[in-house]
Design a binder for this molecule. Structure first.
Ligand code: IVH
Length: 720
């Protein structure tokens, strides 16, 4: 029986025997063992595989039923019961480490009634111990967001960050110190020389998660279901350079241990530890409930770049906290309120196949349209055939859909109870849905290997002209379809034919192409020839080379001893292993795919065609907005500003300054915002003129007067 089936059987047993006393005596012991096995397996899915099969609520229901059995029959408690602390297996890659104090978990509540009950219980304990502490008969609370990430203990000795340990069973965890050091918002040194151990949550911002999932889909890997899985999967990687690339953040919310007499309000902030600045105060449980159920609160938190799965309600008053301190597993001074999961049930009507630019054919399910939070969903990716097999998805199955991180819907599980026997196996494609050529299978994927497959070509072109690549105006999706279907362009280099007068005459014959459109496209195409090398590198759509990596490669060429004047030079530089190794965070997989790309004859021909068309490949000669020879000067920019950095760079470019991604000897000046790091140091070493982002800068650059005043001096550009 699969874990899914076993869980369903247990859930229906519990529904039938809602009270433990309803369980027939002869079935009790067997059921108890089954329930433990089931919970242990779910713990393994959650903690080790990072692929939970059931929702937190379902898990909690199973867990509290187990507790009820053990309360009624303490004689049967076994040491492997999850109530006794141990959870699954610890990852063998990391050293085990002991926590300073036990890292407890919070009890979850799901509605107003749960919260009221907790309040009454806590009040009773306080009253019993010291009724004076209950001012006006109430407990005072604070309400904070509940981070949906991975709990971690950070230990500082005197000033210095010493160790990071994952929660695991609360007593022992994995020592992830090396990887933790790659998380940029965690200070290596505190403001004061204090011995302190704190608790926080490791998270992947939603924006990073989306980017990484895009890359994973493109590489044919199953995307991370949510930011929590992505954070958990990333912090436990063996390669710390790759962990650094994952853009994780960490927020601290609790002090576990501190030198005597040093604990005070706001100690975390005082020490420069990162705390999330969203907190509400409530004098009564009714006020807490109002906050928990307030749609505005939910919306506000949803709009952040961090995923929250609820709120944490903490008793504020120090004396009250002391009295109600803790049970064995949960602190009573805090409780979680979980937001209702965004789940919807719907049916798989049919399955389509889509071929992408990496040649992988992805199965996509067409659904009975269903409303999930604010959007109507009709399609969901099935990713690959391993995913279909793992989740046991069939045609006509009913499924649970979940939406996480606002956009991407995900299939949580099949609703096996709703099967009618009419369900059919989903067969892999035999031919490419676009060009009808036979497909090739490798591992879990099916590939279209036809170099000229029109769908692949269309996607490559769309990417090449997109904003982060050559940014060519006027060539939208439907125009690309039309150009490819009519064989006017067959690859990305053919785009440059569009400014050719004979092709323009041909274009005007199509109803969509008026004079204005044809001129707009020609202008965009011509302008793109002078754009930065990083745009071209991103546009080539080399596996693992996205916007950031393309920029790193271009900057490295710009700074290094490489003289790039033609495709030949570019190929030689880029495939030189010492060159690639000199890029700080580069990954073996990336080096491999860059080398493969530049060693492929077809790709080299394409590059030569682009060169012939007149596209710029010299990293020092680009003119995104102006021509290098006409530039007033060159500048580089670093740090955080009160408006997006790109916007500021664009303003300078519009004024005729040339942007250098990183400062070099030939850079004229450097613009510096808050928290500028290595680039600022480099600019100082190079002896460049440095302009801080404050009002005085308008003396030098009067065009900034409209956007900079003394009131908007640099603010920290945090994630929120
Ligand atoms: S306070 C004594 N505050 O939620 C326990 N926990 O079981 C102190 N969590 O993994 C916890 N956001 O790590 C606290 N603002 C927050 C939190 C938070 C997330 C985590 C906690 C644990 C889970 C609850």
């Amino acid at each position: 029986m699969s874990l899914n089936e076993q869980t369903k059987a247990i859930q229906s047993f519990i529904t039938k025997h809602s009270k433990v006393s309803d369980i027939p005596a002869r079935e009790l012991s067997d059921f108890y063992i089954q329930l433990i096995d089931c919970l242990v397996d779910h713990n393994h899915q959650y903690y080790i595989e990072d692929k939970p099969l059931i929702s937190d609520k379902e898990y909690d229901d199973l867990f509290s039923y187990l507790k009820k059995i053990e309360e009624a029959h303490p004689e049967i408690i076994t040491s492997n019961s999850p109530t006794q602390g141990l959870i699954g297996q610890i990852s063998e890659w990391f050293q085990q480490a002991k926590h300073m104090t036990k890292l407890m978990s919070l009890e979850n509540t799901y509605n107003a009634q749960d919260l009221k009950e907790r309040d009454t219980r806590a009040k009773k304990i306080v009253e019993k111990n010291n009724s004076q502490v209950l001012s006006g008969g109430s407990l005072k609370f604070s309400v904070e967001p509940k981070f949906d990430g991975l709990s971690v203990e950070l230990i500082y000795e005197k000033w210095i960050f010493k160790q990071a340990i994952t929660r695991w069973d609360g007593r022992v965890g994995e020592d992830i110190t090396v990887n933790m050091k790659t998380i940029k918002n965690i200070p290596q040194k505190l403001k004061d020389p204090i011995d302190i151990s704190v608790r926080g949550e490791i998270l992947m911002p939603k924006s990073v998660w989306k980017e990484i999932n895009k890359e994973r889909e493109e590489d044919g890997e199953t995307p991370f279901a949510n930011t929590r899985n992505a954070a958990a999967g990333s912090i436990k990687l063996l390669d710390s350079a790759e962990v650094a690339r994952r853009g994780l953040v960490c927020y601290i919310y609790d002090v576990l241990k501190i030198e005597d007499g040093k604990l005070k309000m706001d100690i975390l902030q005082f020490l420069w530890l990162p705390v999330f600045k969203w907190k509400k105060e409530a004098d009564t449980i009714d006020e807490v409930i109002k906050i928990c159920l307030d749609e505005k609160v939910k919306k506000e938190l949803d709009s952040q770049d961090i995923e929250f799965d609820g709120l944490v309600i903490k008793v504020q008053n120090e004396e009250q906290r002391e009295i109600i301190w803790a049970t064995d597993h949960h602190p009573r001074r805090a409780v979680a309120y979980k937001f209702p999961a965004q789940l919807a049930a719907t049916q798989v009507l049919s399955v389509d196949f889509q071929v992408g630019r990496t040649w992988i054919i992805t199965p996509v399910a067409n659904l009975e349209p269903v409303q999930l939070s604010w959007a109507k969903l009709q399609r969901v990716s099935l990713h690959n055939f391993d995913f279909i097999k793992d989740k046991d998805i069939h045609l006509h199955d009913w499924i649970w859909l979940q939406r996480s991180g606002e956009v991407i819907p995900y299939i949580v599980s099949v609703i096996t109870d709703r099967r009618t026997g009419e369900e059919k196996i989903i067969h892999p494609p035999k031919v490419c849905p676009s060009c009808n050529e036979a497909v090739m299978q490798k591992d879990m994927h099916y590939y279209c290997v036809n170099e000229h497959c029109p769908e692949k070509t269309k996607q490559q072109i769309q990417h090449f002209v997109s904003k982060n690549c050559m940014d060519i105006m006027g060539i939208g999706e439907s125009i690309v379809d039309l150009l490819v279907e009519n064989k006017i362009i067959e690859n990305i280099a053919d785009i440059y034919k569009l400014s050719d007068p004979t092709i323009q005459i041909q274009l005007r014959k199509f109803p969509w192409f008026g004079d204005k459109k044809v001129t707009e496209i020609a202008k965009g195409v011509e302008e793109s020839k002078h754009k930065a090398l990083r745009r071209l590198l991103n546009g080539l759509w080399i596996s693992h080379v996205g916007k950031k990596m393309a920029q790193d490669i271009a900057s490295q060429i710009e700074e290094g001893r490489w003289k790039i004047e033609n495709v030949d030079n570019l190929e030689k530089a880029i495939t030189d292993i010492t060159f690639l190794d000199s890029i700080y965070w580069i990954w073996e997989k990336t080096v491999e795919s860059i080398t493969t790309f530049f060693h492929n004859k077809h790709n080299l021909k394409l590059l030569e065609q682009l060169e012939k068309a007149g596209i710029n490949i010299d990293p020092n000669k680009y003119t995104d907005l102006i021509k290098a020879s006409e530039a007033k000067g060159s500048f580089s920019i670093t740090g955080s500003f009160d408006l997006p950095r790109e916007k500021i760079a664009e303003l300078f470019q519009q004024q005729g300054y040339l942007l250098h991604e990183s400062p070099t000897k030939s850079t004229d000046f450097m613009l510096i915002g808050e928290k500028a790091g290595s680039k600022k140091k480099k600019a100082q070493e190079l002896g460049l003129i440095i302009y801080e982002w404050r009002e005085s800068i308008t003396k030098q650059f009067p065009f900034l007067k409209t956007i900079i005043t003394e009131t908007n001096k640099p603010k920290t550009q945090s994630l929120f």
